[in-house]
Each structure stands twice: as C-alpha cells, then as structure tokens.
Design a protein around this ligand. Sequence first.
Ligand code: SF4
Ligand code: SF3
Length: 554
Amino acid sequence: MFCFQCQETAKNTGCTVKGVCGKSEETANLQDLLIYVLKGISIYAEKARELEISDRQTGKFVAQALFATITNVNWDNERFISMVREALKRREALKDKFTAAYKEKHGKDFDEALHDAATWTSDAPAEFHERAKTVGILTTEDEDVRSLRELLTIGLKGTAAYADHAAILGLEQDDIYDFIMTALVSTTRDLSVNEMIDLVLKSGEVAVNTMALLDKANTSAYGHQEMSEVNIGVRSRPGILISGHDLKDMEELLTQTEGAGVDVYTHGEMLPANCYPAFKKYEHFVGNYGGSWWHQNQEFESFNGPILMTTNCLVPLKKNNTYQDRLFTTGMTGYPDAKHIPDRPQGGAKDFSEIIELAKTCEPPVEIETGKITAGFARNQVLALADKVVEAVKSGAIKRFVVMAGCDGRHKTRNYYTEMAEKLPKDTVILTAGCAKYRYNKLDLGNIGGIPRVLDAGQCNDCYSLAVIALKLKEAFGLDDINELPISYDIAWYEQKAVTVLLALLHLGVTGIRLGPTLPAFLSPNVAKVLVDKFDIKPIDTVDADIEAMMAGK
Ligand code: SF4
Ligand code: SF3
C-alpha cells in the first residue's frame, strides 16, 4: 500500500505498511482500485459527452465512491468490493451507450485504444487484490507529476463529498460531476506541468461552486444558522449521538425521535446543527457531546447510547470497547462490525427505528462537561452584524481577523492552535469552520463590543460562508483586492476536505495562507515551490512568530 492523503501520514512521507489512521493494506489497495475504475468510467463519460450523452446517476456514483475513500469514512472492505463491482458495471453500461451512439453517428465501430482503466475487468475479489497492487499512487514515477495528479485527486474528494451532500438535499449540477470526471481522466494522460497546474486551480473554482451549492441546499432546507448557545452538558434520559456532516440524516433522526422518550446530541462536525432554526425547535435536541473526532474512543464509551456516523471521521474501535453494538453507520460511511442503515427509498426517509429502540434500553450519557458554546456565525448571522463589524474595524476596536478554519487531529503539535487562540491580541477576531475549532471553542475569549472573538461559521463546507463574509467586507471597505483586508489565514488540515477548501481559497485569490501543522506530504518540493511562489503559502512557525507576522499583515 501507499497512501499519503492525510496530515498524519507516516513520517510525513506516506503510509506503506498500515495507515497511521488504522487503514489496512487491503482497504488501501481496494480504494486505489476503486479510484482506478472510476477513471475508466470517466474516460467513457468524457467520450459520451462528446456525443451529447450524459449520465447524471453515474456522475453521482463517481462522487460517492470518491467520498468513500476520504480518511476515516469507510473501513469496510466488503463495501469497497461491491463499489468496485458497481463501478465496473456502470462503466460497461456507459461504454455500451457510447459505442452504440458512436456507430450510429459514424457508421462504424469505435476502435480507439483506451487506457487500461477503461478496459480492465474482473469479478473475482482475489483478482481485485492483485490488480490493486499495480494501480496505486506510486505507479506514477515522476515525483512532480505524481504530486500534481494526487493534489488534484485529493482536492476532488472533498468536492465529491460536498456534491453528494447537496444531492441528498435535491441539488445537483452536472458541471460539477463532469469536472470531477474530466479531472480523473486527466490523471491517465501525459499532460504538461502547466496543464496539470491549470486543472488543480480549476478544481478550486469547482470547489467554490460546490460549496455554494451545498450552502444553498442547507439553507433552503433548514434556514440560516443563527447565533446560538449550544449546551454541552447532558440530561437524564438516554440519548442518541449523531456525528458527521449529513444534515438530512440529522433532520430524519430528529423527526423520528420526537416523542420517543430519548434525547439527541451531536458530536464533532454535527455541532452546527444546533444553530439551524429547523433543528433547534426540537425540545429533545439537547446539544453537543464531547469534542472533535479523535476523542471518540473515550466519548462514545461514556455516551452510553447509540451512535450514528453519517460521514467522517469514524476511527477504528479499540479492543474491549463497549460501543461496537451501539455503533451505526449510514451513507458512504462504513465499518465492518457496525450496523449500516440503508439509504432512503426514493421519496422516503431512512429508517432509524432500530437505533431508537436500542436507545430506549441504554443508560443516559455520563456528563463529561457542562456549559455552553456560542456558535451559528454562518454568513447570514455575520452579515446581520456587518454594520457593527465594519464600525469596529473602522474604530480600531477590531484590528485583525484570523481565519483558523479546517480540521482537528490528535497530534500534540496542534496545541499550536489552542495557544494561538489564547495569545492572539484581544483586538482580534477568530473566524472558524470545521472541527479545528475544538482546539479553542470552549475557551472564554470574550467579545469585542458584543461581537464574540470566535465566530464559528459551522462545518468545514461552511468555509464558503467565510469567503462570502470576506468578499462582503472587501465591498464594505471599497477594496480592490481581498488580500488588502485585515484578514490572516492560519488553516489547520487533516483530511482531504481541507485540501478542497484550501484550493477554493486559492481560487478566490487569497494569498499568504499559513498551513499546518505540517505541509502535505503529497506536495513534492517543486510543486510546493509553485504554491509558495504563486500564492505565498507558508508552513506555520511558532505561535509568537506567527502572531507577530500576522499582526504586521504578513
Ligand atoms: Fe496514512 Fe492518512 Fe492514508 Fe490513513 S489516510 S493510510 S493515515 S495517509
Ligand atoms: Fe473534521 Fe474529520 Fe476535517 Fe469537516 S470531521 S473537518 S477532520
């Protein structure tokens, strides 16, 4: 195996024996093979597009399959085997459609030689495993080509996840699926370095569009997040814990648990659900339990009730854990020993009754903390405060905004972000989104004239809100360049969605981003240099040095 897609990768080079995350060689290889067959589908999809044949369902499948390969999403080899089979089936169906149309148009059979990803086939899992060993990342020998191909593919994964969330809420755009597939095809071709860089940058544009689509899907379904005090203590009834990013699952769980005598709590990236009007109204929706994803081995124990994982981050269970029988996955998430809740039938809802019945037999959660977190500062809420914010900047009460969005992770070096939040001057405001916030969202950092010093826009995809806010401020101050704003970017990354967000920021023209706790292993020295030269991306330094630089606008 070889995997270097996340920040925790072994020695910041690549996991080769087993993932630091716990991913087995078998799973890693099946993921490689799945992506390989997705490239084959994409080759035919591109050909079919030339003949004006489009197949939205297949585009969506490609997005979902990519989503499944994100760190900490799916640990179930059986699911990957069935996804490879489905991918092969879809590829063949698309091929048949295309070749028939081709023959009709040209009066002869299609006989162009295609990349092996479009022709390889098998139905035997043993052959899957063999083939998988020959299609991994290292088969691209040139380090820079590999780096650009993987930067593109890794960025696509987050876009794919966000596109799937939007699709679940009924919003889809063919151009997003088309780009994902075009980009996958590009990795099977010998392109020039400039062509590859262009595609990477274009993927940032598509990421922005996809986050905008998801923002529209979320806000039109559930309203705009509003400033909310989220309870972090517990009540005395048994509860269900829901984690991940899928708001449709959140909605259906809340409606199905109403009046059932059990409470609902969020974990990790589901925290922002507490700020949507459509969810806040439920009396049995208690608040948020615990911290970010990597605390789950302890927190799922003490929660006592069933846990529903709707997306990442799900981490492997420890031996002798007590929650394996209480763990449920759904959507693209999977774990070999956990119960999987099937997709909703057309026009219907998922059936969470088994989870609810189990909850009734469980002990209530153990209280691990008490108090409240202030959240809900997505674009609408911040723009409602815009006058106040602009005034505070003009008067000098707010000297600088620091965007500290992204992911959390278990590595000790991430204390940097807690220390940064604590040490930033009192006239700075932190803008955040994603689970990185758990490093400082329970600290009492005060407010500036009623504006909290931590403005939490929500999930990682809500970084879109941060972009909207920055663009509005640029307008309010009559600036030409987003980089003239008193905003610094100190982004934490762990999994691939953060890479997507980074590419989106680059597309919006943001320069000077600090990225930590380490720079991605998939950036070769030459590719890293391009990003440094073009966008002034930099690694984090010490907290004190970074504060000094950021306050000086560097
Ligand atoms: Fe290693 Fe990260 Fe890949 Fe897991 S996801 S195998 S930790 S690089
Ligand atoms: Fe967190 Fe996994 Fe990335 Fe959505 S839940 S930000 S790490």
